[in-house]
Design a protein around this ligand. Structure first.
Ligand code: DGI
Ligand code: FE
Ligand code: FE
Ligand code: FE
Length: 186
């Protein structure tokens, strides 16, 4: 697998609009990878495949999570938005024989974040939020922080996501709090 192949695979299963998002995330993520000396291959492949399962049926995503031996089943009791990352990572692992856990984790945790994110996971998480197609108030500060301090940019992004979900009376998956707490403590 490489970035070009990964983008071509994602294009096969996504709408044009979603694929355009994926391409912007990949470009943003590769920019951050250079800036922070991250593994560009891991970041590029993970970014290109991060939303691979985004447009699959919820029932299909739920079944993948139910039948996985290692994915936490509580994912099914929160927001449906949480399914495409972990289920996508499972699918990609099988379909493209990707074994690298750093790539798989960057896909798996791209929506929620988690405590103990690797450099590459943080970059994919942040690039998804700040890609140039996004336009909401918090994204401007997040973009500015992204080039100055990766951890602070992730911390701020988690803070604003928690705030946003709370304002809509939505559930918040514990990994999002764990990620926020870890980065706020340090
Ligand atoms: O797939 P994308 O739309 O590109 O982005 P994403 O996978 O980061 O999904 C973001 C959406 O998921 C966003 O509207 C917030 C929502 N969401 C629902 N529950 C949670 C959550 N985000 C986090 N971080 N934690 C949650 O528990
Ligand atoms: Fe996503
Ligand atoms: Fe995200
Ligand atoms: Fe995305």
């Amino acid at each position: 697998m490489n970035v070009e192949l990964a983008l071509a695979e994602s294009k096969k299963v996504l709408s044009n609009k979603r694929q355009a998002h994926v391409e912007r995330v990949t470009e943003e993520a590769l920019h951050l990878a250079k800036l922070y000396n991250a593994n560009e291959e891991h970041v590029g492949i993970a970014a290109a495949l991060h939303d691979y399962a985004k447009e699959f049926e919820k029932t299909r995503l739920s079944k993948i999570i139910e039948s996985s031996v290692h994915l936490p089943k509580d994912l099914l009791m929160f927001n449906d938005e949480l399914l495409h990352g972990p289920a996508g990572a499972e699918l990609i692992q099988r379909k493209f024989n990707i074994k690298d856990n750093n790539i798989l984790n960057a896909i798996r945790y791209h929506t929620t974040g988690r405590a103990g994110m690797s450099l590459e996971e943080k970059i994919v998480f942040l690039a998804d939020y700040i890609e140039p197609g996004r336009d909401f108030p918090a994204v401007y500060k997040s973009r500015e922080l992204a080039t100055q301090n990766l951890n602070e940019a992730c911390r701020y992004t988690l803070q604003e996501t928690i705030r946003f979900l709370m304002s809509k009376h939505q559930l918040i998956y514990p990994d999002t709090f764990h990620a926020y707490n870890e980065l706020t403590k340090n």
